[in-house]
Design a binder for this molecule. Structure first.
Ligand code: FAD
Length: 393
């Protein structure tokens, strides 16, 4: 089987699988891969040392690779260094394994990110207004991949049961089903990344693909693949919906050439003709939160999503926590954009995004794009090797 296994329109979306694969391969993935390497998008501010509000940190990470490397000084944009003074000591040049906490000089943001505001995000527990003990992490040095983290008392189950299925086991309410699909799509994506970069031999430190894991955790369940594509389209829609905002945003990191490239690539992502004709509206948010109970339902779903965001503090592996927090903030940002009416949030304010929200959103889109590409390229081989059905529809 050489062709894609999935056909037709992605459920609850407006584009079909083949179109998604094509625009992803031809346009989105190459662009996003470039964008996330530029300074503006590679430094994410995050609170990694946080107390789990639900149960003690279980520290179940098996590999040393679970720990996060912060930014080595020579990698950090000049503006940050000038502004930061003593923030990055020589201790910070090495991995921060075991380091209890690191603080960020709050003045960095004012000096280096002049055009960005601090605003609350009603969808997430963690945002830049909650600054204690946040640190900058270079995402390029900390790829999301296999860590050996097995999860405590089934953390994913907590996310699903406490926050999604409780709301709507039958799937009768579309808004609640969509929240479930977003989480499931993210879960699929994380599993795909584990399969794409797996530690095959611990003794020789050999990394490679694990197609059996890809099949067992994702491909065997068509709904998980569908939810991955759904989440990708949902986030893509939010990025294109915020095109006016993101097209004019300040990507200045004091690296004129790289910053200009960031701006140009972002404009290409936001306004590309090929994307606009192939999949003009990847998801139609207008039909949600309608009816009398709409506003209350939205508030309820926001609370549920904030709980999911809080659960990320309980991920007992630093690198998983980093990417978990980033991607949940990215999803929260997508929700914030899609459900701000006429460019205004519920309190009537014009949509404002934080710098960190934009970084999370674009990096999340890139991770989802990578997962969709991997499923499209390796799915048929994995199905052939491990699926019961050889060939496919
Ligand atoms: P899990 O993936 O833990 O799944 C638990 C149960 O959820 C399954 O038994 C199934 O019933 C259901 N399920 C599985 N997939 C889906 C889906 N897509 N949709 C709906 N239901 C589903 N590990 C790493 O190696 N690297 C990482 O970077 C990493 N990041 C993580 C980030 C977060 C936020 C979390 C919670 C975990 C992370 N993990 C990471 C751990 C990883 O996701 C798995 O939990 C772990 O590998 C154990 O897998 P498992 O086979 O037990 O099933």
């Amino acid at each position: 089987q050489d062709g894609p296994k999935y056909h037709g329109i992605v459920e609850d979306c407006c584009c079909d699988y083949q179109t998604v694969d094509r625009i992803n391969e031809e346009l989105l993935n190459p662009l996003l891969q470039q964008i996330v390497k530029y300074p503006f998008f590679r430094y994410f501010k995050v609170k990694l040392w946080c107390d789990c509000p639900f149960w003690p940190d279980d520290g179940m990470c098996r590999l040393r690779d679970c720990s996060v490397c912060e930014c080595p000084e020579n990698e950090f944009p000049e503006t940050f260094r000038k502004a930061s003074g003593s923030v990055l000591s020589s201790d910070d040049l090495v991995c921060q394994e075991g380091k209890p906490e690191a603080t960020v000089d709050r003045t960095i943001d004012d000096k280096a990110f002049k055009g960005w505001m601090e605003v609350d995000n009603p969808w997430t527990n963690d945002d830049e207004t909650d600054n204690a003990e946040m640190t900058y992490v270079n995402l390029q040095l900390n790829p999301e991949r296999y860590t050996g983290y097995s999860g405590p008392s089934a953390l994913w189950d907590v996310v699903y049961l406490e926050n999604c299925q409780k709301l709507d086991p039958s799937g009768e309410c579309q808004e609640r089903r969509i929240l479930y699909k977003l989480i499931s799509g993210l879960h699929s994506s994380i599993s795909v990344h584990i399969a794409a970069e797996y530690l095959l031999d611990e003794k020789t430190n050999t990394w490679g693909q694990n197609l059996s894991l890809l099949y067992d955790r994702v491909l065997k369940y068509p709904d998980r693949v569908g939810n991955l594509y759904f989440t990708f389209l949902f986030v893509l829609r939010s990025v294109t919906k915020a095109a006016d905002y993101l097209g004019q945003a300040d990507y200045d990191t004091d690296n004129p050439v790289e910053d200009l490239n960031t701006q140009l690539l972002m404009k290409k992502l936001l306004y590309d003709h090929k994307l606009q004709t192939a999949c003009p509206k990847p998801f139609d948010e207008a039909k949600l939160w309608k009816g009398q109970s709409g506003p209350e339902l939205m508030k309820q779903t926001q609370r549920q999503f904030r709980n999911i965001s809080a659960v990320m503090d309980c991920v007992g592996c630093e690198k998983c926590r980093l990417w978990g927090k980033l991607q949940i903030l990215g999803l929260g940002t997508a929700l914030k954009i899609l459900f701000s009416e006429n460019g205004q949030d519920q309190s009537g304010q014009r949509l404002q995004l934080q710098r960190n929200e934009v970084i999370a959103l674009v990096n999340l889109l890139n991770r989802l794009s990578e997962s969709v590409k991997f499923v499209h390229e390796m799915g048929p081989s994995a199905e052939r090797m491990f699926g019961k059905i050889i060939g496919g529809p």
